[in-house]
Design a protein around this ligand. Structure first.
Ligand SMILES: [Mg+2]
Length: 249
C-alpha cells in the first residue's frame, strides 16, 4: 500500500468516533481502541502529516488521545485546530456564533425527552437519540426549528443531529488544506461527516496525488460513503489493525 511505502511524503487523515473508537450508547463514554495513542505517535513519526479530524471538540480529543507528538488535531470539523506547533486556533467566523449555540444548547437541554442526549461542544451542539430511538422525530424537528430560529446549520450524523455555525468548515476543508502538495493522501472515516473529506481526497487525486480512502464499516454505514471508499474494514478494531500494519514494527 502506498501509504506504507511512501509514508514520509504522505498525509494521513483519521476520524475518531467509529474509526479509532467504537460507537457507544453514551457519546461521553467513547474510548479509543487500546494502544491508539501510541499508534498515533508512531504514525506521526513516520508520516509527512497525520491529522485526527473529528466533529468532537479539541478538548475532548486531547482528553481521549493525549497529545501524541507530531500529530495534528482538528476538532469541530476544523473550527478548532492544533497544528504541528501545538498552538490552538479557532475559526474567528465561528466564534461569533457561540452565543446562539449556547442558547440552543440551553433550550434543547431543558426540553429534551428522556433518553435524548444533548452534547454541548462549545461552538456546536449535538443531539443524540441512540438511547431513545422513538424520539428521532422530536430531535429532527427540534433541530430544524432551532436552525430556522438562529441561523445555525443542522447537520445529520449517526442517530444524531448537530447544530453548528454556518461557516465554511468541514472535514473536506481540513483535508484540502493539509493534504495539498502531498503526493500520497489517505483518509479513514465511517460517517456522513466524512463524505466531504473523501470528496476532498478525490479532488487531490484528480490533481495527481495517489489516494486511498478507507471506510470503517458496520450495519449503520452510509451507502454513499461505502460507495466512495477504495477499501472497507469491519469496525474500529480492524481499522486500527490496518493502521498498525501501515505504521510498521
Ligand atoms: Mg466517525
Amino acid at each position: 500500500m502506498p501509504l506504507r511505502e511512501r509514508a514520509e511524503e504522505a498525509a494521513l487523515f483519521l476520524d475518531y468516533d467509529g474509526t479509532l473508537a467504537p460507537i457507544v450508547d453514551d457519546p461521553a463514554g467513547a474510548r479509543p481502541v487500546p494502544g491508539v495513542p501510541e499508534l498515533l505517535a508512531r504514525l506521526g513519526a513516520r508520516f509527512g502529516v497525520v491529522a485526527v479530524v473529528s466533529g468532537r471538540p479539541l478538548s475532548y480529543l486531547q482528553g481521549a488521545l493525549g497529545r501524541p507528538p507530531a500529530v495534528r488535531m482538528a476538532g469541530l470539523y476544523g473550527m478548532e485546530e492544533v497544528g504541528a506547533d501545538g498552538v490552538l486556533r479557532r475559526d474567528p467566523a465561528a466564534e461569533g456564533w457561540r452565543g446562539s449555540v449556547q442558547e440552543v444548547t440551553d433550550v434543547l437541554s431543558r426540553d429534551a425527552p428522556p433518553g435524548v442526549e444533548v452534547e454541548p461542544k462549545g461552538l456546536a451542539v449535538t443531539v443524540h437519540w441512540r438511547r431513545a430511538p422513538e424520539a428521532e422525530d422530536w430531535v429532527r424537528e427540534a433541530a430544524a426549528s432551532a436552525a430556522a430560529r438562529t441561523g445555525l446549520r443542522a447537520e445529520p450524523g449517526r442517530m444524531s443531529v448537530e447544530l453548528r455555525p454556518p461557516v465554511a468548515a468541514d472535514k473536506g476543508t481540513v483535508v484540502s488544506r493539509l493534504g495539498a502538495r502531498h503526493p500520497v493522501v489517505g483518509c479513514f472515516g465511517d460517517d456522513l461527516g466524512d463524505i466531504p473529506a473523501f470528496e476532498a481526497v478525490a479532488a487531490l487525486g484528480r490533481a495527481g496525488a495517489t489516494t486511498v480512502t478507507v471506510v470503517v464499516a458496520d450495519a449503520e454505514s452510509p451507502p454513499q460513503l461505502l460507495a466512495m471508499a477504495d477499501v472497507s474494514v469491519a469496525g474500529p478494531e480492524a481499522a486500527v489493525a490496518l493502521l498498525e500494519a501501515i505504521a510498521g514494527g
